[in-house]
Design a protein around this ligand. Structure first.
Ligand code: NAD
Length: 488
């Protein structure tokens, strides 16, 4: 039983939590207690907002871009210097394999500070000369200013990476932030607070509030009149609630939301690559990736072989604890989330799906039986309008359907309320380009998945999001452009 308590971090200090209500942070591999977490009150949110507003006017607001960028490099270096601590914390909170977090979560979490620090130093703004009736003319030029206090609400599936994906550019642009990490995965945001102090980030620039969404820190923060913009990654219906919370003050939002992403596999694909990529896009992180594939469409000539190969791949996955070098699959994030995923497994059966593999809970060793383990699962045989094909499940599962021609598959793949990502597998480049352009999504991968250049736009269309982050696109959200027109 752990007696560690994670505290809220306001104005450069971990605040006293005596008298505060606390909640449990549990490890999904066995449901053991990792820590207790102090839940931020409405008064804590007020304090954090006041600190963040004051932070804008303090040394942070007076720094040159170079000085700010230099500090953010120190933050990135500070994360790397404590790599093993971040790795252990992230894997305890999420249950994900070390092999995954070592290559993705922690290094990319650190890189997010460097890439945006370097970017802001090199981005130009626009300038236009114009004629005037008196012939003297005028010049216009735009300057970028920080938006102010940014509320950052982040999810549990890639906790450090997705949080710093927002905190990195927000700070690089000169804003201050108040982070509300997921109640499921609060530890790395807390560790990052220590790194911020070690790196010399001024007080009030980075604040962390722990708690839940409705009637807790999340809602208090997103309703707060002292917050100038909210950036959020999470479920679509949470995004809708956050939008309503900020509507009275027409506060800008940037949303990275849910998906029901298709993979389209043409018969002329490189089958090895398509299987390898689809294995990752369906099962990586136990299927808890927003970009993950839940609907696979396979051209009929290769449907049977594809289903068979994916089944064999799924059955070869080894669930296990994060530091087991032979394990390549962790549990789901919580028992509550497992209930949700298992309810879809039951619905699929009830609807008459063919369960190609999985559909239940794996037989784990006794010490892990209280964990949130679930079997990788593949179905075929359901109609496109079934609930399994409509709703985001966010587990290690997919449905595979055959298709016969290109126009048909484009129509079917686009027939969803979501519009985040799509993978296309074909060796015909003209077809890849043609089909990619027809997909109603923010991100298309051809013969790959989750291959990310952080300078490129990232985000979703339809119910998968509002806005794009990444590269210069992040600057559009984290800065306010002012045009200055000088009459000569
Ligand atoms: P979630 O929406 O349940 O929670 C996300 C965060 O919002 C948490 O910190 C939570 O406490 C907070 N929250 C919940 N209700 C709130 C409210 N009313 N007001 C303010 N804050 C509130 O999402 P999750 O379950 O943590 O994450 C999984 C979801 O995130 C999936 O739908 C997934 O597709 C999506 N996701 C999207 C992307 C993307 O880039 N598009 C990336 C990762 C995850």
């Amino acid at each position: 039983m752990s007696n560690k308590t994670l505290r809220n971090f306001i104005n450069g200090t971990f605040v006293d939590h005596s008298g505060q209500s606390c909640f449990d942070n549990r490890n999904p591999i066995d449901n053991s207690l990792i820590s207790r977490v102090a839940e931020a009150s409405a008064a804590d949110v007020d304090s954090a907002v006041a600190a963040a507003r004051a932070g804008l006017l303090g040394p942070w607001g007076k720094m040159s871009v170079d000085e700010r960028a230099g500090l953010l490099h120190r933050v990135a270096d500070g994360v790397i210097a404590r790599f093993d601590e971040f790795l252990a914390a992230e894997c305890a909170d999420t249950g994900k394999p070390y092999s995954l977090a070592r290559h993705i979560d922690i290094p990319r979490g650190a890189a997010n500070f460097k890439i945006f620090a370097d970017l802001v130093k090199n981005v130009a703004t626009e300038s236009f000369q114009m004629g005037t009736p008196d012939g003297a003319g005028a010049i216009n030029y735009a300057i970028r200013k920080p938006r102010g206090v940014i509320g950052v609400i982040s999810p549990w599936n890639l906790p450090l990476l997705l949080m710093t994906w927002k905190v990195g550019p927000a700070l690089a642009c000169g804003n201050t932030v108040i982070v509300k990490p997921s109640e499921e995965t609060p530890t790395t945001a807390n560790l990052l607070a220590e790194v911020m102090n070690e790196a010399g980030i001024p007080d009030g620039v980075y604040n962390v509030l722990n708690g839940f969404g409705p009637n807790s820190a999340g809602e208090f923060l997103t309703r707060h009149h002292g917050v100038d913009a909210v950036t959020f990654t999470g479920e679509t219906r949470t995004g809708a609630a956050i939008m309503k919370a900020g509507a009275d003050r027409v506060r800008p939002v940037s949303f990275e939301l849910g998906g029901k992403n298709p993979a389209i596999v043409f018969a002329d694909c490189d089958l090895e690559k398509a299987i390898e990529g689809t294995m990752r896009s369906v099962f990586a992180n136990c299927g808890q990736v927003c970009l993950g594939t839940e609907r696979v469409f396979v051209e009929r000539q290769i449907f049977d072989i594809f289903v068979e190969r994916l089944r064999a791949g799924a059955e070869a996955l080894r669930p296990g604890v994060p530091n087991d070098p032979d394990a390549n699959m962790g549990p789901l994030i919580s028992l509550e989330h497992r209930d949700k995923v298992l309810s879809y497994y039951e619905k699929a059966k009830a609807l008459g799906a063919i369960v190609v593999t999985g559909g239940g809970v794996p037989d784990m060793p006794k010490a892990l039986r209280e964990g949130a383990w679930v079997e990788p699962t593949i179905w075929t045989g359901l109609a496109d309008d079934s609930i399994i094909m409509r709703e985001e499940i966010f587990g290690p599962c997919c449905h595979i359907s055959p298709f016969d021609d290109e126009n048909e598959v484009v129509r079917r793949a686009n027939d969803t309320e979501y519009g985040l990502a799509c993978s296309i597998w074909t060796e015909n480049t003209s077809r890849a380009h043609r089909v990619a352009g027809k997909m109603d999504v923010g991100l298309v991968w051809v013969n790959s998945w989750f291959l990310r250049d952080l300078r490129t736009p990232f985000g979703g269309s339809k119910m998968s999001g509002i806005g794009r982050e990444g590269g210069v696109h992040s600057l559009e959200f984290y800065t306010e452009l002012t045009n200055i027109c000088v009459k000569l």
